[in-house]
Write a protein of this length. Structure first.
Length: 320
């Protein structure tokens, strides 16, 4: 998988994280195709050097693309990612995250794709964990339909590897933030806070603000994807054998996040606290030591990443 010029498909490649991954593969010298239905992604995010197709991963036409190109690598970022939306409409969540993924896996199986990099969620598949930071081998007890679908994807991949020989790596993301995150989208408290601070609006915080998350900068997530695309795989007997947490190992409360962003923005418009939302966890921080054994580590400090994100969103507002 280390040869230059691979044929790479990034589903969800017009989205916040997927578009950064597309850029990295292109910079590496790969040929890249992007499939995205633009339900949450933006065409402006797509690198012009990539070949773009507006298409959902559930669509039968995806098989034609796989047969025509014959992908060496598929990066599966396309998903319904909002926890609250999954609670309100679990059928829609499953249609995209389970049936859509199965469509991709059948395409890969039929055409001999070399490897799948699957984006799971360390923030939801473990549920409310007893051990923090949480290692990959912790019990899987998701508390939302979104978490259930992400975990289901891991089990489907295990089946496709065991029965059909499809190679894969799972990346269980923590809470990713950075440039291109949509403050008006379905997820991303960092982007939402940045937008409100730039408008001088109060920050809305659900629960008491002492809930913690593992905030990881998007450039660190990109480096994790590149490593997952090329690392030597040693499949084991269970789904954790080729699954890796991608985070920082440090939990940050929402109140602390607000403090740092208010200092960056140099404004303090106040805060409004509301009731906790259904399906959301109290604490989530990931143990990343297993991936560190393969040479990956987060390199961007929280405040530096927040500063870059804040100024990116500010420049977008100026441009608009």
């Amino acid at each position: 998988m280390s040869d230059a010029g691979r044929r790479v498909l990034v589903t969800g490649g017009a989205g916040f994280i997927g578009s950064h991954v597309v850029d990295a593969y292109l910079e590496r010298g790969d040929r890249v195709w992007v499939v995205d239905d633009l339900s949450s992604g933006r065409l402006a995010n797509v690198n012009p050097e990539a070949e773009f197709l507006e298409m959902g991963i559930q669509e039968p036409a995806l098989h034609d693309l796989f047969r025509t190109v014959g992908f060496d690598l598929v990066s599966l970022h396309a998903a319904q990612i909002d926890v609250r939306s999954s609670v309100g409409d679990p059928a829609r969540d499953a249609n995209i995250n389970v049936l859509g993924m199965l469509n991709v896996l059948e395409c890969a199986r039929e055409t001999g794709t070399g490897r799948i990099v699957y984006v799971s969620s360390g923030g939801v598949v473990y549920g409310e964990p007893e051990e923090i930071p949480t290692p990959e081998g912790a019990p899987k007890l998701p508390l939302s339909p979104y978490g259930v679908t992400k975990l289901s994807g891991e089990y489907y991949l295990h089946y496709y590897r065991a029965i059909h020989g499809l190679a894969y790596v799972v990346l269980r993301y923590a809470n990713v933030f950075g440039p291109r995150q949509d403050p008006h989208g379905e997820a991303g408290v960092v982007a939402i806070f940045c937008e409100r601070l730039q408008s001088g609006e109060e920050l809305i915080i659900f629960s008491d603000g002492e809930q913690t998350r593992d905030y990881v900068y998007v450039k660190d997530v990109v480096s994790a994807n590149l490593l997952a695309s090329e690392m030597v795989l040693k499949p084991g007997a269970n789904i954790d054998a080729v699954a890796y947490n991608v985070g920082t190992g440090a939990g940050t409360s929402v109140n602390r996040l607000a403090d740092v962003l208010e200092n960056i923005a140099e404004v303090h418009p106040g805060r409004v606290y509301r009731e906790a939302r259904a399906g959301e966890l109290r604490h989530s921080t990931l143990d990343v030591s297993r991936f560190a054994e393969h040479g990956w580590a987060p390199r961007y400090p929280l405040e530096g990443g927040l500063r870059e994100t804040f100024h990116f969103i500010a420049n977008q507002k100026i441009g608009a």
